[in-house]
Design a protein around this ligand. Structure first.
Ligand SMILES: [Mg+2]
Length: 217
């Protein structure tokens, strides 16, 4: 039985795909680039996010990635309090908590943003630590993840990671922890399932699986 869950935030707990699309489309329009639709977004979004921006057609010889990346974050941040958690997310955080597991967050966002949003959604008390990056260019969570794993008082086989992207799969593999995925976020089900990992369509499926493990373990 797991003793700790490491959560991804964007797309896994927070339902921010539409917000991300809104924000990137504002920036794309500013640079006269074609608008991005949801289906394509779920196929091309990736980490490091600079690769995704490149696929969108940005010319970094004209405008540095740091500039367009900041423009996206500004549009995102201006609207970030308008989005909700995924249906069932809070219920599951409580179930996990009531089962005696501890939880933390490992995000490519900056910690102050994570503090603001978890407080806004009244979730902060569920997490023993919010681990994030110190910049908003979303390169990799691996380094901070490694530090966090070393600090946690659990063996790697006692830790479950829950995420929504291929980067989460890569990070979990490098950290040596199990991962399950939610196809509610920034990557299509089709891409996630190629990993061979367990992929849930929503929190109700995840809750059923979690409950069944409790009985079998
Ligand atoms: Mg995510």
């Amino acid at each position: 039985m797991y003793k700790h869950i490491i959560w991804d935030w964007n797309g896994t707990l927070l339902n921010d795909v539409d917000l991300s699309l809104t924000a990137i489309n504002i920036v794309l329009k500013r640079y006269n680039l074609p608008a991005l639709e949801r289906t394509r977004y779920l196929e091309i979004f990736t980490f490091p996010v600079i690769d995704y921006y490149f696929k969108l057609g940005f010319d970094f010889t004209q405008t540095p990635f740091s500039v367009v990346g900041t423009e996206f974050i500004n549009e995102y941040t201006a609207r970030m309090l308008q989005v909700d958690l995924h249906k069932g997310a809070e219920k599951f955080l409580k179930i996990v908590n009531d089962c005696g597991l501890t939880q933390s967050m490992l995000s490519a966002a900056k910690v102050p943003m994570l503090e603001t949003l978890t407080n806004h959604h009244n979730l902060r008390h569920y997490f023993i630590r919010l681990v994030g990056l110190d910049n908003h260019y979303a390169s990799s969570k691996l380094e901070v993840g490694r530090d966090w794993i070393r600090e946690l008082p659990y063996k790697t086989n006692e830790i479950l990671y829950i995420g929504d992207t291929e980067h989460d799969i890569d990070v979990a593999r490098e950290l040596g922890v199990d991962i399950v995925l939610l196809a509610l976020g920034h990557t299509s089900y089709k891409r996630l399932v190629k990993s061979g990992k367990r992929v849930f369509m929503d929190f109700s499926e995840l809750i059923l699986w979690f409950d069944s493990r409790k009985i079998s373990d």
